[in-house]
Design a protein around this ligand. Sequence first.
Ligand SMILES: [Zn+2]
Length: 151
Amino acid sequence: MNNIISNCPLCEEHSLHLIGQEDSQMMQCLNCGYTSTSKFIGKKETNEEYSKLTEDMKNWSKEFNGRIWIPTMLTLPIGMLYPFDDDNGDMKWRFAEMVDIPEEEQKNYPVPGDTEHYYKQRYDVDNAKEYDEFFEGMVELNSRLKEEANG
Ligand SMILES: [Zn+2]
């Protein structure tokens, strides 16, 4: 897999990772957290993928260089990094850790469409840490991944 790093058109940092080939290329900025794929080429008014986004995602997305850019949502086994609006309506980032659900509480977390199974873990969004910048959240995420790898 080729992985080229380029300048991000949004934040202008040299941290835009180009992953994959042209027709299915993904662009991911590890500084500002914006991402775009070949499906997001075009304008908001006419782009089909854009029309499928949630209202929040639509509000956060940006048009630039003939593409639509949306903020990254990372859902990993150790935690979730995701955007939110602060009290001033500015997009910030949160990192929610994956936590174990105590056995007696698991009945409160049914698996959708499945009456016999319950979630054993969840993202602890109530105690999420907040960051002004995406890369700060990535630093946290990476240190958690390292801890995990070291047992
Ligand atoms: Zn960027």
